[in-house]
Ligand binder design. Structure first.
Ligand code: AMP
Ligand code: GLY
Length: 425
């Protein structure tokens, strides 16, 4: 098979690494990719939302499957674009249709879907400028803190959590008046839920599904989960509190009703569903749906999958996933993200990365890197994701930290406490 993978982060490097191992793979192309993916396939300079360029490339290179990493092309309808064009409808797209991608593209759509299918989530109210008074009244009815979410995609920045009621009302007003552009013309106000979070990934062909190993990511820049939010500073899998009892509730109350809901709504969905869950005293509730894999969770979840990923994707495309089994590794996997100093605020690119050839027992997934001549240089806030296996989480972490010590680029930073709030069995 010839595969075109869309995206350029650590998530896509991890997917490319796994796809490369498939017995079904012929050629792998990554658009646009990074220095890491360049060693596993051919990077091609196509923007992930340039569907007509993708069509031309796919026809020229006899592409059989497009695997979509990030959410934006899904929300913009890449699945439908291929599905509805008779020249390219033979190409499988791994990712939901535009309608399915609304689970991530519109928080209001996701909340209404969950309410209708009785899927546990925080109480909410969606407001626009016309109904701001109802929004303020709903805020009055809630205890502090207050959760405000831009309805549309806001590059992970559209959620505000505020302690003070007046500040929450002020922020609601600012959001409705364009704080996050068109994304916050509608705002979802939510009850605050207290608990520990985890990420559950489901691969579905729209009929049956497989639940992948559960992961937890660490979003804040500072140790002890302090400071600004980032795209993710590390992840671990599996997650100690997501035990059999918890996962049985997740399956019965969340995964099955979600798949059933998609089916009843006649939504074409062949791809990943990412459940951002919170454990509220043993009860799982959905914080958010995403329609893709998470980053950096992918850098631990994919290495724990032993089955051939392209075989699973082929089964997704042909709606025969129920005939496949998902084989997984029973070890722990962890990843620690090395970032550019200053991230998530101002940082510099173009720093030479050294030591990548001295790594043993870890897998280094590239996030923000590019090749310049013979050198690999930084080209983003999150630079490298250093993944290791271990019989325990602690053992895996030790291996990642040992290898990070060998990698150098100017002003690099990483968190030394990934996994601090979990324990190994
Ligand atoms: P989201 O973009 O929806 O994932 O929200 C970003 C982060 O805000 C989540 O990972 C949670 O940590 C937090 N969050 C979102 N909604 C809630 C809620 N209802 N209660 C508590 N925390 C929340
Ligand atoms: N790690 C969370 C995300 O990918 O959205």
């Amino acid at each position: 098979m010839n595969v075109l993978l869309l995206g350029s982060g650590g998530r896509e490097h991890a997917m490319a690494w796994k796809i490369r191992k498939s017995r079904l793979l012929n050629n792998l192309y990554i658009a646009p990719g990074n220095a890491g993916t360049a060693s596993l396939g051919t990077n091609v300079a196509i923007d992930v939302t340039d569907f007509s360029a993708m069509k031309r490339f796919s026809l020229d290179h006899d592409i059989d499957m497009i695997v979509v990493g990030p959410e934006v092309p899904l929300v913009e309808g890449v699945y439908d674009y291929f599905h509805e064009d008779e020249d390219i409808c033979h190409i499988a797209v791994i990712g939901p249709s535009r309608k399915g991608a609304q689970l991530e593209g519109s928080k209001d759509f996701a909340k209404r879907f969950m309410t209708f299918y009785d899927i546990p989530t925080a109480r909410f109210k969606t407001v626009t400028l016309d109904s701001v008074e109802e929004g303020n009244a709903f805020l009055d009815s809630l205890p502090s803190p207050y959760v405000l979410k831009a309805d549309g995609l806001a590059a992970g920045k559209g959620v505000l959590i505020l302690d003070d009621l007046n500040e929450a009302k002020q922020s609601l007003w600012e959001m409705l008046n364009g704080k996050f552009g068109a994304a916050s013309q509608s705002v979802v106000i939510e009850e605050f839920l207290s608990g520990i979070e985890c990420s559950v990934f489901v691969l579905t062909d729209g009929k049956s599904y497989k639940i992948l190993p559960v992961a937890k990511d660490y979003k804040r820049i500072g140790e002890g989960d302090t400071g600004l939010n980032t795209g993710g500073m590390g992840a671990v899998s599996p997650v100690s509190f997501a035990d059999d009892i918890f996962m049985e509730k997740v399956r019965n109350r969340i995964v099955e009703p979600t798949i059933e809901g998609l089916r009843k709504e006649r939504i074409d969905y062949k791809g990943f569903i990412f459940l951002g869950l919170i454990d509220v005293r043993g009860e799982p509730k959905v914080i958010e749906y995403n329609v893709r894999m998470g980053d950096p969770e992918t850098e631990v979840v994919i290495p724990l999958i032993q089955s051939d990923l392209l075989e699973l994707f082929t089964a997704v495309a042909s709606e025969t996933l129920d005939e496949k089994t998902l084989e997984t590794d029973d070890r722990y996997a962890v990843t620690v993200m090395m970032v550019s100093g200053g991230y998530p605020e101002r940082y510099e690119n173009g720093k030479t990365i050294e030591g990548l050839n001295d790594i043993h027992d870890s897998i280094v997934f590239h996030a923000g890197t590019k090749n310049i001549g013979d050198e690999v240089v930084t080209s983003g806030g999150r630079v490298l994701s250093v993944t290791s296996y271990g019989k325990t989480m602690e053992e895996a972490l030790e291996t990642s930290y040992k290898n990070i010590a060998k990698i150098n680029f100017e002003h690099s930073y990483f968190r030394k406490d990934i996994g601090f709030d979990l324990h190994t069995k």
